[in-house]
Design a protein around this ligand. Structure first.
Ligand code: MN
Length: 512
């Protein structure tokens, strides 16, 4: 059984109030669940305690950890939400209710896919921490899936693979994604799993010995080059990830270069390029296989340099180079940035370097710095999505829209005083103006991007600083409808145009 000391020792915060909140939630939950057992026969409380530990390890704050401890008390033992609020405060109640609402509906593939996503989005759009608790809840349930009745197993595994793993990925939580996939895979497709495992076994045997030699050589050369306090390790590709890659490569294992990869972790990001130089001096890189995710982060914020080199010792090997900070972010993603204190030191410039989706998770925290938002609410795009899809009738439509929206890139631009505005790709200064306020939109006469005057149909890019020029006499024209991407802007422009036409007709009538 995970003890409260175990959880507290994993917490980032060492403040008395935080430790006390977690202790109180621990005792409360243990008592509430005392008469219940899991399918495995273990005391039920082992589950929320394990979830709380996972949350603490991921860097979650004390309220989220408390919610992890309490997440099944409303649904399973009938504790009143009001009681949770009285004892632990409004945020903890909100989180517990959010997780409870995601609930225990049955997942049956496509038809339920939409429902799962919808619930997840609605709950998460209020507070992204709900999603963290739910992810860790699912994670722990997956580790004990064997004890669950067989008819339920496949359903839970399928939902994990189709919903939770992609979301963990979207939030940049690399290890959660990998483990969720690999725990679900054998239940969802036992044959493909067994086959892929066999391929992995053969491939890794020949690869690993060689890889050890490559690693030793590389360590020596890095030290020679004066790169200090680096470390190296090997990572093995997840089985499900290997399976999907094999599908893409027409099942040709010789085309998969990253079954095993060498990782070089250096102290600072500038050391990454120096390390890359050392790697390329030592081994010839494959042309077209160098990926600089530091300069161009993946949509979920992932940063590293990947290069594929030819080694005499182990054949073709992928080498991944990253800084300590990038390494941590790649494991825990959004959760690793949830501490306000840490954000304080990063400053605005650091944010610009972060990729779009990543930033969307951080957006509310950034606003907190300027004093505008009180709680770590969720990215605006989640809220928009939840609302937009709430009214969609058919599941297919929902899933199609979801795929587009959820995985589509966003652009993040800045107001002159450094606040972030979250817009869809292809948005124009007019979308920006309406996102700030309809009055600003309606009186726009021009726009500056990074200090230069631009046309109103310019596509904004990540990190642009946008300034809107207004005049009391400024007003929308019909052309604007072609310039905007957001439904918000379109709605206001239509509204203003209609009003004007109405006024013009009125004028006509009066003249006659
Ligand atoms: Mn649970």
């Amino acid at each position: 059984m995970t003890s409260v000391k175990d959880i507290q020792a994993s917490m980032r915060s060492t403040e008395q109030a935080d430790l006390a909140l977690v202790k109180k939630a621990y005792d409360f939950s243990e008592l509430a669940h005392k008469d219940h057992a899991r399918y495995s026969g273990e005391p039920y409380f082992t589950h929320p305690a394990a979830v709380a530990k996972l949350l603490a390890e991921a860097g979650a704050d004390a309220e989220t950890i408390a919610a992890g401890l309490l997440h099944d008390t409303v649904e399973d033992v009938g504790v009143l939400p009001e009681t949770i609020e009285t004892e632990f405060g409004r945020d903890v109640r909100f989180l517990v209710e959010g997780v409870t609402k995601l609930g225990h509906h049955k997942y049956r593939g496509a038809e339920r896919h939409a429902e799962s996503l919808r619930r997840l989005l609605v709950a998460t759009s209020e507070d992204v921490r709900v999603l963290l608790v739910k992810l860790m809840d699912r994670y722990h349930n997956m580790t004990t899936l064997d004890a669950v009745p067989s008819d339920k197993r496949r359903r839970i595994a399928l939902e994990t693979l189709e919903i939770y793993a992609p979301i963990a990925d979207r939030l940049g939580m690399g290890w959660v994604k990998k483990e969720l996939e690999d725990m679900a895979f054998p239940y969802v497709d036992p044959d493909a799993y067994a086959h892929t495992r066999e391929i992995m076994k053969q491939k890794s045997k020949e690869t690993f010995e060689g890889l050890q030699k490559v690693r030793a050589l590389l360590q020596r050369e890095l030290a020679h080059a004066g790169i200090k306090s680096f470390r190296t390790d090997q990572r093995v590709k997840g089985l499900y990830s290997l399976y999907t890659k094999l599908e893409r490569k027409k099942k040709d294992i010789t085309q998969v270069y990253d079954v095993a990869a060498l990782r070089v972790i250096v102290p600072e990001s500038q050391d990454c390029y120096a390390a890359l130089g050392v790697v390329h001096r030592l081994f010839k890189p494959l042309p077209g296989e160098i990926k600089d995710y530091i300069a161009f982060p993946k949509p979920n914020g992932y940063q590293s340099i990947h290069t594929t080199v030819v080694t005499p010792q182990a054949g073709i090997v992928e080498v991944q180079i990253r800084s300590e900070a990038m390494h941590k972010a790649a494991q825990y993603g959004i959760a690793s940035h949830m501490s306000y204190k840490e954000l304080g030191d990063r400053g605005k410039d650091a944010f610009r370097a972060l990729s779009s989706a990543w930033l969307s998770g951080l957006l509310p925290l950034l606003s907190k710095k300027t004093g505008k938002v009180a709680s770590p609410a969720s990215p605006a795009w989640l809220k928009e999505l939840a609302e937009a899809h709430d009214t969609l009738a058919s599941s297919e439509e929902f899933i199609a829209g979801m795929k587009e929206d959820f995985f589509e890139h966003r652009v993040f631009v800045f107001t002159p005083n450094g606040d972030v505005v979250d817009l869809p790709l292809g948005a124009s200064p007019l979308d920006f103006a309406y996102a700030i306020h309809s009055d600003i939109g309606n009186h726009t006469v021009g726009a500056k991007v990074n200090g230069k005057l631009v046309a109103l149909d310019t596509n904004l890019a990540n990190g642009d600083r946008v300034e809107i020029l207004t005049r009391p006499s400024g007003k929308p024209n019909r052309k604007w409808l072609e310039y905007v991407k957001t439904s918000l802007a379109r709605k206001h422009i239509r509204g203003a145009l209609n009003e004007r036409e109405e006024a013009a007709r009125e004028e006509e009538r009066r003249k006659r």
